[in-house]
Write a protein that binds this ligand. Structure first.
Ligand SMILES: O=C(O)[C@@H](CO)OP(=O)(O)O
Length: 237
């Protein structure tokens, strides 16, 4: 049996300020750092012998992974990072306050932008949150906006080429990433229907430990901090 732990980064400064974040490289709050350390303790307590950490190239996920590995006494684990695990790009909503945006456009529209499968927010048109010249993205066609569908379409090649082969080889993995890149992975793993993914949420800094069968289908799944768990999709038949 093989295990994968999906770990959304701990609380970030813009989670705290309730702002649309996406690709902006916001750091963790002290509370987020504590959630990351606690995640490491829970991962160690699970007894799973983890072999490797994958992260996005965003600071909040990288630091969450590092703090968790330190707390788990696994600072020696090999690490691989990819922009393909980044948060979904929030387009022109980036930086705006979520409550103010809901007051302006209505809750229903904001839910569609935040949780629907295939409706991207309006595109970003330059400005301070345009990261296309950030050298960490050299050679990457930095998106101007992304739906969850577009996010899954750029996560999936990385899953197929790097992550799935590790799992098939029997490696137990930790993926430190983001609410929506991890919802994309959950949609793929659990076979969640397009119109049901709107109901799937992932808490910050709470590892979701999934046991996979030989064909990489979930056999069981549980949040390691049960007091902060969200409802899980049904395991596929
Ligand atoms: O702002 C973001 O980038 C994400 C994750 O915090 O927010 P949401 O919950 O709207 O997907």
């Amino acid at each position: 049996m093989t295990f994968i732990a999906l770990l959304r980064h701990g609380q970030s400064q813009w989670n705290l300020e309730n702002r649309f974040t996406g690709w902006v490289d916001v750091d963790l709050t002290p509370e987020g750092e504590a959630q990351a350390r606690r995640s490491g303790v829970l991962l160690a307590d699970s007894g799973v012998p983890f072999d490797k950490l994958y992260t996005s190239v965003q600071t909040r996920a990288i630091r969450t992974g590092n703090l968790a590995l330190d707390a788990a006494k696994l600072a020696w684990l090999p690490v691989e990072r990819s922009w393909r695990l980044n948060e979904r790009h929030y387009g022109a909503l980036t930086g705006l306050n979520k409550a103010e945006t809901a007051a302006k456009h209505g809750d229903a529209q904001v839910t569609v932008w935040r949780r629907s499968y295939d409706v991207p927010p309006p595109p970003l048109d330059g400005g301070e949150f345009d990261l296309s010249n950030d050298r960490r993205y050299a050679g990457v066609d930095v998106p101007k906006t992304e739906s969850l569908k577009l996010t899954l379409e750029r996560v999936l090649p990385y899953w197929d080429e790097r992550i799935a082969p590790d799992l098939s080889a029997g490696k137990n993995l930790i993926i430190a990433a983001h609410g929506n890149s991890l919802r994309a992975i959950m949609k793929h793993l659990f076979g969640v229907a397009d119109d049901q993914i709107v109901h799937v949420e992932m808490p910050t800094g709470n590892p979701l430990l999934i046991e996979l069968d030989a064909s990489l289908k979930p056999k069981s799944a549980r949040y390691l901090d049960a007091s902060r768990a969200e409802t899980l999709p049904a395991s596929p038949a």
